[in-house]
Design a protein around this ligand. Sequence first.
Ligand code: 4NP
Length: 162
Amino acid sequence: MSVDNKTSVLFVCLGNICRSPMAQGIFTHLVYEHNRQDAFYIDSAGTGSWHIGHPPDKRAQQVCTKNGVNISKLQARKIHKMDLFHYDYVLAMDERNMRDIKRYYADTPEQANKVSLILNYYYDEPIKNVPDPYYGAHDGFEYVFDILYKSCVNLLETLDKK
Ligand code: 4NP
């Protein structure tokens, strides 16, 4: 669907405290920068429930703040089946994530077709999975920000052409 004729985009990862809120924040930032906020409805969710209600990881917040993106007000939530009904694009952070979303949340082939990998929009190198930075060092977050930023630029350009 489209909420109020908007194109709706849901970013999904495992915990919804690192990768998908960063993607949500970056994409929202770019949409505002291009004055396209009336055209998009944007959210994020996780397939896991450990962090429901939590703000994004401090390290994710820091790298976003450093780059002018504010994600401090976001709160983690779990994906639910209605998301696959409502959203036009469901963008998973890695292949396992994508498989889980299709297997447990999509009821129809049409819904499963809405799910794809965010790194399909990353053209610099042929990688499919955004590495989970949660257990790693801070430079993992810098790298994740970089590839998500580039992917979101290409995503916006692609969706704006439709
Ligand atoms: P995310 O990272 O999926 O990018 O939000 C994770 C955050 C927390 C956990 C796993 C991944 N966790 O197991 O708590």
